[in-house]
Write a protein that binds this ligand. Structure first.
Ligand code: GTP
Ligand code: MG
Length: 459
């Protein structure tokens, strides 16, 4: 019978190693600590990551179908209650390329800051900011990653230090992953700003020299104060702010900080409200839209997880349909119908929220945008449904690209104005509407609340 022996030089070994050697060579003496017991010991499971393993990827050849008819939709005319959303024309190629350049420029996105409170945010008086708001787990961080060029699995499975170093947002399958206001810088500032930035850095340099050379102590102290208060020159074309989600896993304090951000941030150009295409508009979304209205923030809605709606519809349809190809086509129709349903719900909600205020109006600069965008940023087939056009929409919201599309619909003529991208709507009302007294009162109140144009400063 082979018996294990204790090595003679065991006492010459470092004390922490001795017990290991002994248990290895004499398993019978220490059965509870044998190497096998160590290998299957329970405590190791504590170090496993807390998120569940990813499900196996979908098979591209089987499930992949062409994306939806369009990635952005406009509402039917307001005088047509049964009208369907209609697909908006795609953005012009040159400005689409400009938006792509801003988001995917060399060097990638830069993670700028993570602020737990509004007061911790760095000063910003020059770079336009756009914030992403939505329920927990809706896909805010995934969308930021996809906008910067990461596709599918890379956008949705971004964890740990490597992701931080790359400048990507951390994502998780667990709700409540993002708990601070996280800023990401994209693109390079326009050339005139670069010159201004160079001048400013000269100024800062001069101030620093003054600190060293300042004759008196008081002068040095004054220069030091100025230097501490300085704002770094503009380095990015756009800053995107990823916010903590509301709903599951959120906290009251975060809500308060977000409110402060919405009301006080001077450079905030607009908010992108993310709504899960599978779940539709929820109570918390209504509350957030109300907040945006109260703070007069320009708002744009983006549906996320559009790919899931499409896949689900296809799989369901295929169960019913024996013919695979027909199943796909039918599935596409079903998916389109489901997306239409959610879109109609979104516009209904936006109009309802608008009616409760006086100044946050449909299609106005300080109101909400009609066009709603459909995305599938975390599409496991690396498709990144609608990400390219979403980039353009965000740049338009920030005033970085122009919208020169002309959209003509029966009964509704939308002309997108060049400069600020606010579509001007000329609506043809075919028959005179019968309006209740309440509505008239409301319309008068709304009209009075609009800022009056002054003909001359002296008037
Ligand atoms: N299929 C699909 N999955 C998505 C999409 N967007 C996000 N997901 C998944 O949804 C989960 C949550 O994504 P996150 O980006 O972390 O969500 P979040 O809104 O930042 O969540 P919080 O930080 O908790 O507020 C991840 O597991 C993603 O893989 C999408 O467009 N399609
Ligand atoms: Mg997040």
């Amino acid at each position: 019978m082979a018996t294990s022996r204790i090595p003679p030089n065991v006492l010459a070994m470092p004390p922490p190693l001795r017990s290991l050697i002994l248990t290895h060579h004499t398993p019978r003496l220490f059965p509870c600590c044998s190497s096998r017991t160590f290998a299957t010991a329970k405590p190791l499971s504590r170090y496993r990551p807390s998120y569940e393993p990813e499900p196996p990827p979908l098979e591209p050849a089987e499930v992949y179908i062409p994306p939806l008819e369009s990635t952005s939709y406009l509402p039917p005319p307001s005088n047509d209650p049964n009208g369907l959303p209609f697909p908006a024309p795609p953005p012009p190629k040159n400005s689409l390329a400009k938006a792509t350049e801003i988001f995917t420029s060399k060097g990638g996105p830069k993670f700028l800051y993570s602020a737990g409170r509004f007061l911790e945010l760095p000063v910003n008086s020059h770079t336009p900011e756009i914030c992403l708001i939505g329920r927990s787990n809706v896909g805010k961080s995934t969308l930021i990653n996809a906008l910067s060029g990461l596709l599918g699995a890379s956008a949705r499975n971004s964890h740990g230090v490597v992701a931080r170093k790359q400048g990507s947002a951390i994502t998780s399958r667990k709700a409540g992953c993002t708990v601070t206001l996280n800023g990401y810088g994209f693109g390079t500032p326009p050339p005139e700003d670069a010159t201004a930035a160079a001048e400013k850095s000269q100024e800062i340099k001069a101030k620093r020299e003054a600190i060293v050379k300042g004759a008196t102590r008081a002068a040095r102290r004054e220069a030091q104060k100025d230097y501490m208060r300085r704002e770094p020159p503009r380095k990015f074309a756009l800053i995107m702010v990823d916010m903590p989600g509301y709903g599951l896993g959120s906290k009251k304090d975060w809500g308060l900080e977000i409110q402060k951000y919405l009301s006080k941030r001077q450079t905030l150009k607009g908010a992108v409200v993310l709504i899960d295409a599978e779940a539709g508009v929820k109570e918390q979304d209504r509350m957030v839209l109300g907040n945006l209205r109260d703070h007069g923030v320009r708002t744009m809605v983006v549906l996320t997880k559009g790919d899931k709606v499409v896949d689900y519809a296809v799989v369901e349809q295929r169960k019913k349909d024996a013919m695979m190809t027909e199943g796909k086509e039918e599935g596409r129709k079903v998916a389109e119908e489901r997306i239409h349903e959610v879109l109609v719900g979104v516009w209904k909600e936006l109009r309802r929220v608008e009616r409760r205020g006086l100044t946050w109006l449909e299609g106005e600069e300080k109101g909400w945008e009609r066009e709603v965008w459909v995305t599938g940023a975390g599409d496991p087939r690396n498709g990144g449904l609608g990400v390219e056009t979403a980039r353009w929409a965000i740049c338009r919201l920030a005033g970085l690209v122009e919208d020169k599309r002309r959209i003509v619909v029966p009964g509704l003529d939308v002309v997108a104005k060049g400069k600020k991208g606010v579509p001007k709507v000329v609506e043809e009302v075919k028959e005179p509407e019968i309006v209740s007294f309440d509505d008239i009162e409301f319309l008068i109140a709304r009209e009075n609340a609009k800022p009056k144009k002054r003909l001359h400063p002296s008037f």
